[in-house]
Design a protein around this ligand. Sequence first.
Ligand code: ADP
Ligand code: MG
Length: 318
Amino acid sequence: MNEFELIRRHFTRVAPSAELGVGDDAAIVRPTPGCEMHVSVDMLVENRHFFAGMDPAALGHKTLAVNLSDMAAMGATPRWVVLALALPEINPAWAAGFAEGFFGLAQRFGVDLIGGDTTRGPLALSVTIMGEAPAGEALRRTAAKAGDDIWVSGTLGEAALALAVRLGQIGDVPEDVLAACTTRLERPEPRVMLGLALRGIAHAAIDVSDGLLADLGHIAAASGIGAEIELTALPTHPWLDLRRENHAALIAAGGDDYELCFTAPASARQILSMISQALALPLSRIGCMTHGAGVRLLGCGGREHVLNKKGYDHFDQA
Ligand code: ADP
Ligand code: MG
């Protein structure tokens, strides 16, 4: 099998939402009138973002999920993706598994693969995603206001726990807990429906990929204000114990959660609880935006709780 057969067999599907999909020099799409186009790219590199030998279906899922998560964080409807692959070899079984995970998730969200590029090289995957939202309705990082409530969806720290176990940093995790956390790490669920529901309700939003403190810090800095969150308000897996320093670090600063962190005025509390029920997705109020600067994590008795690690940074040598 050569490169072209691989693309034809595994990465060419009908793309009903495109004017022209895989097969020409470029794809053609027609944006919805009145909408703005949102464009984002993410890259996953073997041994940097995932372990060598990772199940290809899980990898296909995650490669798309991290991009869908970016659209969710903007309040955009994901529409089209292009996929760049660097593969060390042509491996049809691997490609079939990858495609199964990738298209399984794509179908759930009505996203069409409309093109890509395939080359030989160390395993690396990059998706560029295009989404849409009515003009002016995007959830920007700059839009938080002092006094806003800060919310986070789902639970934090589970993916980071699975990673810490893999890295030998934490032991004695019960098997069922580890299995659930590994699913969070390998098959994150992008909060697309939540992102759409938040349009016109939330002020600012971000997806938690590098750790809550770091990502909320981006909202605070972009909005020119500060944030205070309460450690005991952070939602997590019942096995994780916020009173233990290493667990608190996983929850507040671990990465790969792919939950949404957003700010909204107090007047939105009731509708947010309705959205939470409608989506069967917990939403937790974890703090508020302040007139200060930076993110303060408050522990017992309202005292500041300082963690020695705020989030993941690829160029951090520590
Ligand atoms: P070109 O030489 O014009 O760049 P390619 O040979 O790279 O064309 O690709 C041929 C067609 O296959 C193009 O339409 C391209 O978008 C598509 N394609 C290539 N790789 C992938 C991939 N991994 N997934 C989806 N489509 C792909
Ligand atoms: Mg090409």
